[in-house]
Write a protein that binds this ligand. Structure first.
Ligand code: ZN
Length: 75
């Protein structure tokens, strides 16, 4: 049995993306945001909320968050 010294963690967040689904009154809104190197997932969420406040539209924010826990073993 391996001698587990600890647990390593790799956390990945994939392609945070927000898109507006518009409103029943004026569908067809094309607002959307993608996270980039300079635009974080937090920024995407913040801008989505601002868009909702400004327009009364509904916005979906999709962020896939994966965490990989692995044993750290003695060589
Ligand atoms: Zn919109």
């Amino acid at each position: 049995m391996a001698d587990v010294k600890g647990v390593s963690m790799i956390r990945l967040t994939y392609r945070p993306h927000a898109h507006c689904i518009g409103s029943s009154a004026d569908g067809g809104c094309t607002w959307e945001r993608h996270a980039t190197v300079t635009v974080t997932a937090a920024t995407v969420r913040s801008e989505a909320q601002q868009h909702v406040k400004a327009t009364g539209h509904s916005v979906f924010v999709d962020i896939i968050d994966r965490t990989d826990y692995a044993p750290e073993v003695t060589p």
